[in-house]
Write a protein that binds this ligand. Structure first.
Ligand SMILES: [Zn+2]
Length: 364
């Protein structure tokens, strides 16, 4: 992880923006299901910067989201997972990763909320192992690949460009995913390469990002969002036409609503937390130089891109750990939420549009 004290919020107005291409058919949509796969309780503040060292010692709780993306292609339903949540038992990750996790987090993932078992507790299940087409990961981190080894090895795995080189060149100590999990799928493809081209033809500007038009009709754009880790990607999903509305599955571009919201004034947004890694000292003992992002400057650029998308009236961004969304939609651990094609009518963005205070008094 790299820290630059010069890295800071970027003005979203300074970014190039290409209007999102409109739909040409009412079929050019995907259907989304949001899954609450559990919580990560950080032993000290690691996500959203607080003002004092004392505050940096406090616990920070975040939700863990995954999504089911459904799409009718040539009369047949394709069903993709976007991320897989987290394992219940951190010992399954092997000694070095389990130790790293344990020094920083408590896992709150009841076995019934761990995918794929979670499917069997939902009614009706939004997917089953035999109805899945494949798995797409925002990135290869522990709270996103979940129990990948419990999914059929025959399911293709799609990751963002740069993921394979990163994972495969990492030493055993630094590897973010156990080899047993990574080697489990028969095929791993990077967005845009053979096997993961879908109906896309090339990388194209879309909104503030660069995206891959996976189904060819603008219903699912896989978009590069660098900064958090190699290969980190987000997904822009069109969920309705006339009018076109979108949900942007925003991965770990940042780890709190209050880092990319409110807009447009960067000064009103929280900074990315800088903290002391447990191997370097006690939490809150000094200002710290570790962040959640491998390249903080790039991360702030991607965060500004997210803010710019959120400024569009017909786009709602949801980061993978947006605890406020779980609260607003009363989505408990192990619950699911459908109806995203009507998020605007339901008023699901209203809490943000009303300018929720950027420093809530309750803890996030
Ligand atoms: Zn994450």
């Amino acid at each position: 992880m790299m820290y630059s004290e010069h890295a800071h919020h970027v003005d979203p107005h300074s970014l190039p923006f290409v209007p999102i291409p409109g739909s040409t058919s009412s079929d050019a949509v995907v259907k989304l299901t949001l899954l609450n796969c559990g919580e990560l309780i950080a032993r000290f503040v690691q996500f959203r910067q607080r003002d004092t060292l004392e505050e940096m010692k406090t616990e920070e709780v975040i939700v863990i989201f995954a999504w089911v993306i459904e799409k009718i292609v040539d009369g047949k339903t394709e069903r993709w997972m976007w991320d897989l949540g987290l394992v219940s038992d951190k010992d399954r990750l092997g000694p070095s990763l389990a130790h790293e996790m344990d020094s920083r987090f408590v896992f709150n993932v009841p076995p019934s909320a761990q995918l794929p078992e979670l499917f069997t507790h939902l009614s009706p299940p939004p997917a089953t192992l035999d109805t899945l087409t494949g798995v797409i990961l925002s990135h290869a981190h522990v709270d996103h690949y979940g129990a990948l080894d419990e999914f059929p090895a025959s399911l293709p795995l799609i990751v963002g460009p740069g993921t394979k080189a990163w994972v495969e060149s990492s030493s055993e100590e630094d590897r973010s995913i156990p080899l047993g999990f990574w080697n489990h799928p028969n095929s791993v493809y990077e967005t845009g390469e053979d096997g993961a081209r879908g109906k896309g033809k090339e990388w194209q500007p879309v909104g503030s990002f660069e995206g891959w038009n996976y189904f060819g009709d603008g219903s699912l754009w896989l978009m590069r969002a660098p900064g958090h880790c190699p290969g980190h990607q987000v997904a822009l999903c069109r969920v309705s036409t006339s009018p076109d509305t979108y949900v942007l599955l925003s991965g770990d571009t940042c780890h709190s609503r209050y880092i990319y919201m409110p807009f447009p004034t960067p000064v009103a947004r929280s900074d990315v937390a800088c903290w002391v890694h447990p191997s370097h000292g006690a939490a809150g003992s000094s200002r710290g130089s570790t962040t959640m992002h491998v390249h903080l400057e790039e991360a702030y650029k991607s965060i500004a891109k997210l803010t710019r998308m959120e400024m569009e009236d017909n786009v709602i961004c949801i980061v993978a750990h947006e605890t406020e969304v779980a609260r607003e939609l009363d989505l408990r651990v192990g619950d699911m939420r459908q109806g995203w094609e009507k998020w605007k009518e339901h008023g699901w963005k209203r809490g943000k549009e009303n300018g929720v205070h950027p420093r809530p008094t309750f803890d996030t």
